[in-house]
Every structure is written in structure tokens, then in C-alpha cells.
Design a protein. Structure first.
Length: 120
């Protein structure tokens, strides 16, 4: 009969879970059953958090763009409409970066948007 190596799988799993639970508070880092629950919840929250981070950043960019646009005398929605009419392909992340770091460049973007808005 051939020799089987590979070690104790249960011990490897336990070690992996407790390593992932390192830094947790109280028994959640020491007791295996409790650590399993804590790690499962932590992994779930990490997954959810990766989705929420995208929403949060987009919301932040829109807020920054709106504040800078209103300082230039135009609302956010009118700015986006004007840029879309002008076929300017600048995404919100870059516009927020311009609004914070290069206000004069952002002001030129708002002028382009104002020029391409329908007069009503």
C-alpha cells in the first residue's frame, strides 16, 4: 500500500480560520466555532463594502463637482447636460479632481458646458 502524506486537514483548516480571525475582539479570535462565525461575517461585510465603496466615491465626486459648478454659476445637472451636448468625455472622477486641484481648468469646462446648453 502506498504512503499518503498531506497532514491533518482539520488542523490546517482550524489554523487558517484562526489566522483570519487574528485581531478580532475577545473570544472571536481564540475559539474556533466563534471564529468561524466572525470570519464568515467579516468576509461578507468585506464583499459588501467593496460594492458600497464604488457608490460612496461616485457620490463624493458628484458633490464636489456640484459645489465647484455652482461657484461657476451653473448647476450640476446643467453642467452634465452641456458637456454631453458638447461630446466632452470627461468622467466624474477626473472632473472632481479638476474641481479640487485645478479650478481654472474646471472653470473652462463649465464655460464649454454653458456654450452648449440650449437657450430656454
Amino acid at each position: 500500500m502506498s504512503r499518503v502524506k498531506g497532514g491533518n486537514k482539520r488542523l490546517h483548516r482550524r489554523k487558517k480560520i484562526l489566522k483570519m480571525a487574528k485581531g478580532f475582539y475577545g473570544a472571536r479570535k481564540n475559539l474556533f466555532r466563534t471564529a468561524i462565525e466572525a470570519v464568515d461575517e467579516a468576509l461578507l461585510n468585506a464583499y459588501i463594502g467593496r460594492k458600497l465603496r464604488k457608490r460612496d466615491f461616485r457620490q463624493l465626486w458628484i458633490t464636489r463637482i456640484n459645489a465647484a459648478a455652482r461657484a461657476s454659476g451653473i448647476t450640476y445637472s446643467r453642467l452634465i447636460q452641456g458637456l454631453k451636448n458638447a461630446s466632452v468625455g470627461v468622467n466624474r472622477k477626473m472632473m472632481a479632481e479638476l474641481a479640487v486641484n485645478n479650478p481654472q481648468d474646471f472653470a473652462s469646462l463649465t464655460e464649454v458646458a454653458k456654450n452648449h446648453l440650449p437657450s430656454a
